[in-house]
Design a protein around this ligand. Structure first.
Ligand code: 2IT
Length: 445
């Protein structure tokens, strides 16, 4: 079967799972040519096997809120593919979470993890539980109830979750605590843990730092660097915080961050105590950025808008999937933005990506740009397995090397005859080839 037939069968089988079908379509169309050169993949039905998760675990999570009311949420773990290593990927708590979103994230994670060079398969989990406005005690009870359902399916060599949107160090800690209690073993079954109980140095910063290391490599292909560049960042969570911190350290001026309520434009740059303030803003649990403009009157709040209308040199979407639309992409082209690095997973719509590529713009997809987060999770797993804790300098150096390697893989598989680097194609082909070969080597299972 050719990839178009596989896609249309998948669409018929999973109607309405739009994010999942979007992610699969992007990868399959990118790898079509190499797939056609490998009849052994077709014979082994590699693509048909790769696009379906190995297993989906779905459960009810019941907990009691602070008013004593019983609450029900949906919980999931999508164990997508473990050809390369144990299932690995984050957990997302957000009202929008559904099976389609977690299948897209698990699918992307499989290829991203393959790119990291570390032995990790792909998975994703989460719940439609919304942390917005919840008390600390409610968050803890929810995390514990979630773990009571999921723990049997996890393990340091089976499935290792971490954070994602709505799940940070605090939530990982609560889930790990319950997991540890249930299995009566202190193993590295979660990453993103607190430093005192097996967490890795640099893990909180890793996604944003790694993204900046990747962008630095992208810029270098054009003889450019971060110094003096204006950067638009979206989001104001852990990933945006890491990206703002590192971009600023590398000499750039970050002028925007955003929330579900709109975006902040700060012409003086988001640096120093303003970066710490991002963390405070996040910790309120209100999920709004507007208070930034009250605290720093030099900044302007644009309600209901996204930062992509601002003329900048580098755009780094760090919020969520499909946050850069075709209209945003047209603005980015008009503003002659030099580099668009997707830090969120599938941050750009297919139409936005087509616009960037048609205009031969420097654009790289999330599975390459943001892989530093999960790569550092992989380094946390190594440290846990060795019962060691590396200094930050060692973790950071390894992260650098991994991001350089991912950039090289993109260049190797994505450089077109005219010299244009199609990072999307490069990342998809490099990830696909590794997963495909790993599956071929393990027989028909
Ligand atoms: O999307 C991602 O790569 C993550 N949320 C991090 C996953 C991980 O296992 O560290």
């Amino acid at each position: 079967m050719n990839v178009e037939e596989i896609l249309s069968n998948l669409e018929a089988k999973h109607p309405g799972e739009k994010e999942y079908l979007q992610a699969v379509k992007e990868v399959l169309l990118s790898v079509k040519d190499v797939y056609n050169q490998h009849p052994e993949f077709e014979k082994a039905k590699i693509v048909e096997r790769m696009v379906e998760p190995d297993r989906v675990i779905s459960f009810r999570v019941t907990w009691v809120d602070d008013k004593g009311e019983v609450q029900n949420n949906l919980g999931y773990r999508v164990q997508f593919n473990n050809a390369i290593g144990p299932y690995k990927g984050g957990i997302r708590f957000h009202a929008s979470v559904n099976l389609s979103i977690l299948k897209f994230l698990g699918f992307e994670q499989t290829f991203k993890n393959a790119l990291t060079t570390l032995p990790m398969g792909g998975a994703k989990g989460g719940s439609d539980f919304s942390p917005r406005g919840k008390s600390d005690a409610e968050i803890m009870r929810f995390c514990q109830a979630f773990m009571l359902q999921l723990w049997r399916n996890l393990g340091p060599d089976r499935d290792v979750p971490a954070g994602d949107i709505g799940v940070g160090g605090r939530e990982v800690g609560y889930m790990f605590g319950m997991y540890k209690r249930l299995v009566n073993e202190h193993t590295g079954t979660f990453t993103g843990k607190g430093l005192e109980f097996g967490g890795s140095r640099i893990r909180p910063e890793a996604t944003g730092f790694g993204a900046c290391y990747f962008v630095r490599n992208m810029l270098k292909t054009k003889g450019m660097d971060f110094k003096g560049k204006k950067v638009a960042v979206s989001g104001f969570g852990n990933v945006a915080w890491g990206a703002v911190t590192k971009a600023t350290q590398l000499g750039a001026k970050v002028v925007t961050i955003s929330g579900p309520d709109g975006y902040i434009y700060d012409p003086d740059g988001i640096s120093g105590d303003k970066i710490d303030y991002m963390l405070q803003l996040r910790a309120t649990g209100d999920d709004i950025v507007e208070p930034y403009a009250t605290k720093y009157p030099g900044a302007t709040f644009f309600p209901g808008k996204r930062p992509w209308e601002q003329p900048v040199d580098i755009a780094m979407p760090c919020a969520t999937q499909n946050e850069v639309s075709k209209e945003d992409a047209d603005n980015i082209v008009k503003n002659k933005v030099a580099c668009i690095a997707e830090v969120s997973n599938m941050g750009c719509t297919p139409e936005a990506i087509d616009t960037f590529i048609a205009n031969k713009m420097m654009y790289a997809p999330g599975k390459a740009v943001n892989a530093g987060g999960v790569a550092t999770s992989g380094l946390e797993m190594s440290q846990n397995a060795m019962h060691l804790s590396w200094p930050g300098t060692e973790v950071d150096e390894r992260l650098h090397n991994i991001m350089n390697d991912i950039h090289e893989q993109c260049v190797k598989y994505g450089t077109e005859p005219d010299g244009y680097i199609n990072y999307m194609k490069g990342a998809n082909i490099a990830g696909f080839m590794k997963v495909a070969h790993a599956m071929m080597g393990q027989g028909v299972i």
